[in-house]
Write a protein that binds this ligand. Structure first.
Ligand SMILES: *[C@@H]1O[C@H](CO)[C@@H](O)[C@H](O)[C@H]1NC(C)=O
Ligand SMILES: *[C@@H]1O[C@H](CO)[C@@H](O)[C@H](O)[C@H]1NC(C)=O
Ligand SMILES: *[C@@H]1O[C@H](CO)[C@@H](O)[C@H](O)[C@H]1NC(C)=O
Length: 365
């Protein structure tokens, strides 16, 4: 779940030896795609949450550590992970940035969902505005004057998301229709772009704002919205209407970011096309080594997509595959580290950031 962040972390290391120093720190906001521990620290664990707590989470890393004596790229570079905000000790010095992402987080505030009776489903109330609040609190320990902060933040990379996926997941999972959910898209997009402006006003100059993944290729969606109507599927086995929904969100987000670029011409606001980067392996699984396919989860409790809500990954009745690298999907909702690696490559070595974001070269990729 964290591979994308690990790879971004690696930029710090590659550039710390040779001039010019590109970034001193990374600040990351979002959900489970980037959470490195905030959810566990937040105390929101009201029910057993195997997605983030129990075995077999982490098997890929353990395996690799055994085989190659190195795991992720940040480990290979001897760099610490960007620490989760909620694990910072009081007064702890922040060296290379902080991760504010929380698994299950939404862009919109929890109130939006509680007002619509979807609230009790929420894993966490730590929405984007809560995460921004944490950033503001931390800021006073990083820099003092406006000028001081601008100088600090212009040497930082800001990842604003991925966020927004859960805003749609929760209502879809309780029967929301695509047409109903389309009405939410402008609100979600506005929340993401507002957060981006707040960060720019604070002095951020280098920002990456990711879009959503193709949810129509996700085992949870494929299981919940399974149909005998063949026309509902594309030639790769994904649900067309749900992928179109992801694209709709992404196109709205891109338009909004374009407006933001006009408002803040001094900032580099890059859109990260997670959808496009992931689409490559859904279209050509074997080319990416996904010999067991891209639509069936590695870890789950059976069914055509190995997703069973009564036996989710980590629960009794589920088991993990032996070789997660042969699967694009990990637990029905999140991708495997192998899949995130291909997405990260697509961002770093092009062409899935626009305007193209110049990342320093990373040998480990
Ligand atoms: C989120 O807020 C609601 C309403 O205030 C509360 O009932 C709920 O327990 C909170 N959820 C979490 C996970 O903290
Ligand atoms: C889903 O899991 C439940 C509980 O373990 C089990 O009884 C059921 O047969 C499973 N369904 C499928 C399709 O495997
Ligand atoms: C940001 O924009 C400037 C000016 O266009 C450019 O020189 C720089 O490479 C950009 N930074 C990144 C990370 O793309």
């Amino acid at each position: 779940m964290k591979i994308i962040l690990f790879i971004f972390t690696a930029f710090l290391a590659t550039v710390s030896c040779d001039p010019p120093l590109k970034y001193d720190s990374i600040f990351s906001f979002g959900d489970s795609l980037a959470d490195t521990g905030n959810f566990l620290r937040s105390g929101a664990l009201r029910f057993p949450c195997p997605f983030v707590t129990v075995s077999p989470i982490g098997i890929t890393r353990k395996e690799r550590t055994k085989k190659e004596k190195k795991g992720t790229s940040s480990e290979a570079y001897g760099l610490p992970y960007v620490p989760p905000y909620l694990s910072l000790a009081k007064g702890e010095k922040v060296e290379h940035g902080v991760n504010f992402a929380v698994a299950g987080a939404t862009a919109l505030d929890a109130k939006f969902f509680y007002d619509r009776k979807i609230g009790p489903l929420l894993w966490t109330n730590d929405s984007l505005s809560i995460q921004l609040g944490w950033f503001n609190k931390l800021k006073s320990t990083l820099c003092s004057s406006k000028e001081d902060c601008s100088n600090y933040f212009k040497r930082s990379l800001f990842l604003v998301g991925e966020i927004g996926g859960n805003d749609y997941n929760y209502p879809f999972f309780v029967g929301g229709t695509i047409n109903q959910l389309k009405a939410m898209v402008p609100l979600v997009v506005e929340t993401i772009t507002k957060a981006t402006s707040v960060l720019i006003e604070e002095g951020a100059v280098e920002l990456v704002v990711p879009g959503n993944l193709p949810i129509g290729c996700n085992p949870v969606y494929l299981t919940l919205f399974r149909t005998t109507n063949k026309a509902a599927y594309d030639q790769h086995g994904c649900l067309k209407a749900y992928n179109a929904f992801s694209k709709y969100h992404n196109s709205q987000l891109k338009l909004a970011l374009e407006k933001l670029r006009q408002k803040y011409p001094h900032a580099n606001i890059s859109y990260a096309d997670y959808y496009g980067a992931a689409k490559r392996f859904f279209h050509a699984p074997l080319h990416y080594g996904f010999s067991d396919g891209t639509l069936v989860a590695c870890c789950g409790g059976g069914g055509p997509y190995n997703f069973n809500n009564s036996a989710r990954c980590g629960h009794t009745g589920s088991k993990a595959c032996l070789d997660p690298e042969a699967f694009a999907n990990w637990d029905g909702i999140h991708l495997t580290e192998a899949a995130y690696r291909y997405i990260a490559r697509g961002l770093v070595s092009g062409p899935f950031t626009s305007p193209p974001f110049t990342f320093p070269p990373i040998n480990a990729l």
